[in-house]
Design a protein around this ligand. Structure first.
Ligand SMILES: C[S@@+](CC[C@H](N)C(=O)[O-])C[C@H]1O[C@@H](n2cnc3c(N)ncnc32)[C@H](O)[C@@H]1O
Length: 304
């Protein structure tokens, strides 16, 4: 029987979770510290109020506006600023929906992804709900041919800016504005296939023509369709999601069922961020992963 894992991203100079508590998190993105709402953080902060007061900006929700809000800037933030990890460079921006264009917890998957991709020459990778493109760029950087799909034109432009900032414009990434479900159905009809598929669906979303996406209703169907898109000997399928009421185990069961006819291993759990001062772990997302071969995605940077 499988156990659920806790995975943390490897240490990173340009990002730090400083503290969390009282329904908020205090983070550093590059040289700027931000306070954002965090529903999981129902405990007390470890750092003093003075430390929290030093944040450059605080996101405050505006009532009844679908999660939208405003950034109260204590020091003027630039419109965007460049961040780096070991290999990529990308833009952070304070958006009206509290996101910054960077999900630091996703880096917990990259070592697994690189290892899977390393076993094949020019593997084909599909990234659904790809947002600002960091996972797509990491896959392209290590030699994959990537198709990146997202419904949002601004997110896609942002991803292309990140490609340029990372010096990866010569890498084969197809940036597509499309509805994830429709795109997958079309790719099946075209007879296309992929060696590895990543998806990071929101709980609720809309395609470019208003197509409705509801995770709990549509995820099993999308995963089954994605299985029809896999190549003859696929390398992996990875699903992550944030703020959903389904369990990582539920997600794993969906993936295990869909991949029943393939030789491989499924694993699942939570992506977590470690507070730099106290070591306390903040749950950031859930994931489920199918890996070709016997080694599941769990041994990279376990959080405990
Ligand atoms: C940011 S990711 C989700 C990240 C994180 N898991 C969360 O829920 O906050 C969501 C991305 O999916 C895209 N998206 C939403 N609905 C979509 C759809 N129907 N087809 C394709 N992309 C969609 C959004 O444009 C966005 O870039």
């Amino acid at each position: 029987m499988a156990d659920l894992n806790l995975l943390a991203p490897p240490p990173w100079d340009d990002y730090e979770l400083l503290d969390s508590g009282n329904g908020a998190k205090l983070e550093r993105f590059g040289q700027y510290t931000l306070v954002r709402p965090e529903t999981q953080a129902i405990w007390s902060p470890n750092l003093s109020e003075r430390e929290w007061q030093r944040a450059d900006a605080v996101f405050e929700k505006v009532r009844g506006e679908d999660g939208a809000g405003i950034w109260q800037q204590r020091r003027q933030l630039p419109e965007q600023w460049l961040m780096h990890d070991d290999h990529l460079a990308f833009w952070a921006r304070p958006t009206p929906f509290r996101h910054t264009g960077v999900f630091p917890e996703h880096r917990a998957h990259w070592a697994w992804m690189r290892r899977q991709l390393a076993s094949r020459r020019a593997p084909r990778v599909l990234v659904l709900f790809g947002y600002t493109g960091l996972s797509s760029l990491e896959a392209a950087r290590v030699g994959a041919q990537v198709v990146h799909v997202d419904a949002s034109k601004p997110a896609l432009r942002w991803a292309q800016d990140n490609q340029e900032a990372s010096g990866l414009t010569d890498k084969p990434v197809r940036w597509l504005i499309d509805d994830a479900m429709k795109f997958v159905a079309r790719e099946i009809r075209r007879g296309h296939s992929y060696d590895l598929i990543l998806m990071d669906p929101p709980i609720f979303g809309r395609g470019p023509n208003g197509e409705l996406w509801r995770l709990t209703e549509q995820l099993p169907g999308l995963v089954r369709e994605c299985v029809s898109l896999l190549s003859e000997s696929p390398l992996g399928m990875l699903i992550s999601a944030y703020a959903t009421n389904i369990s990582a185990l539920t997600m794993q069961n969906v993936l295990t069922e869909a991949m029943a006819h393939y030789q491989g291993t499924t694993s699942a759990g939570e992506l977590v961020l470690r507070e730099s001062a106290s070591g306390r772990l903040l749950p950031a997302a859930i994931y489920a992963c199918w890996s070709s071969g016997a080694a599941p995605h769990q041994e990279q940077h376990p959080a405990v």
